[in-house]
Design a protein around this ligand. Structure first.
Ligand SMILES: CC(C)(COP(=O)(O)OP(=O)(O)OC[C@H]1O[C@@H](n2cnc3c(N)ncnc32)[C@H](O)[C@@H]1OP(=O)(O)O)[C@@H](O)C(=O)NCCC(=O)NCCS
Length: 151
């Protein structure tokens, strides 16, 4: 399994993975726009076949943000999500940021477990965050090393 940068050739496949993973879709144009904006955009590839992606950026000064991560249903629990998230964290760690934030649906127990493995902590719950009325759990990962390196 290889982690590499997204290219526009991956657009259709990333959209397909997003569609099977979330009820609410960003839509294919949004992926193109995010890419054009220069966000962090990586894909996981298994023998040349894209099986997952992660999108991240710096939301505010000193605050990283995971915009989206998903792995093809047929390739979950094989470590692809972990590899994608580790790579994104390592890229963000090189920048001058204090913590990485993300929102996860309060009913998405699997994803919450996934993030807890990385020591993401619960910050707060935002009721009605999603279109269908579900709340979001805001989680964050403090980047201690970043703080030390800025002293
Ligand atoms: C969350 C997601 C990206 C994880 O990807 P993945 O490739 O399956 O994750 P990994 O194989 O690296 O899992 C690592 C560990 O996380 C935990 N984990 C992952 N999925 C889990 C689940 N459904 N239930 C409980 N724990 C889970 C486990 O501890 C797992 O280790 P294990 O398989 O040895 O038990 C994937 O389930 C997914 O695409 N879900 C739909 C989209 C989504 O919810 N994205 C996050 C939105 S914020």
């Amino acid at each position: 399994m290889e982690i590499r940068k997204f290219t526009p050739n991956d657009l259709k496949r990333v959209f397909e993975i997003e569609n099977m993973s979330f009820r609410q879709s960003y839509g294919i144009n949004m992926f193109q726009q995010l890419y054009d904006m220069g966000v962090g955009f990586l894909v996981a590839e298994d023998n040349g076949y894209v099986i997952g992606y992660i999108i991240f950026w710096i939301k505010y000064q000193n605050q990283g943000h995971i915009i989206s991560i998903a792995v093809d249903k047929n390739y979950r629990r094989l470590g692809a999500g972990t590899k994608l998230l580790i790579k994104a964290i390592s890229v963000l760690s090189l920048l001058d940021i204090d913590a990485i934030y993300l929102e996860v649906n309060e009913n998405n127990y699997g994803a919450v477990e996934f993030y807890k493995n990385f020591d993401f902590q619960v910050d707060r719950v935002v009721p009605g965050y999603y279109e269908n009325g579900d709340g979001a759990i805001v989680m964050y990962l403090p980047l201690e090393l970043g703080k030390i390196s800025r002293k």
